[in-house]
Write a protein that binds this ligand. Structure first.
Ligand SMILES: [Zn+2]
Length: 122
């Protein structure tokens, strides 16, 4: 991986997704069901402090494809993402084809046996 390149920038999105998967599992274990939950923005900006609130159904829609991420509206990085759905408060983006897209797909925590972000970015 080239330091500072597009593949390096995908790290922020992959790590945020892992955190959000923990948030989702925790909300589910407490019986929050379909209620909207607060997730961290999965954009490529390092340590983006923004929170996105969305219903479980929308979150699950984003998780269908390992190349997709949930971000605050207008947080997309045109060098990495294209917007596939946009609402008032949040958007779902998909990685553009290329190495970042492969990293995103290969680190999808929903596909068993895939590599965790910690392994991809030691
Ligand atoms: Zn963001």
């Amino acid at each position: 991986m080239k330091p500072g390149g597009r593949t390096d920038n995908v790290k922020n999105e992959v790590v945020a997704r892992e955190t959000n998967e923990w948030i989702r599992a925790t909300a589910q274990s407490f019986g929050f069901g379909e209620a909207p939950a607060r997730y961290i923005c999965e954009c490529s900006a390092p340590h983006c402090p923004s929170i996105v609130t969305l219903p479980l159904a929308a979150y699950e829609l984003a998780r269908i494809d390992g190349r997709q991420f949930v971000i605050c509206t207008n947080h997309e990085n045109p060098e990495l993402d294209y917007v596939i759905w946009q609402g008032e408060d949040f958007a779902i983006v998909q990685m553009l084809p290329g190495p970042p897209s492969r990293v995103a797909r290969d680190s999808d925590p929903r596909i068993s046996g895939r590599t965790a972000a910690g392994d991809l970015f030691p």
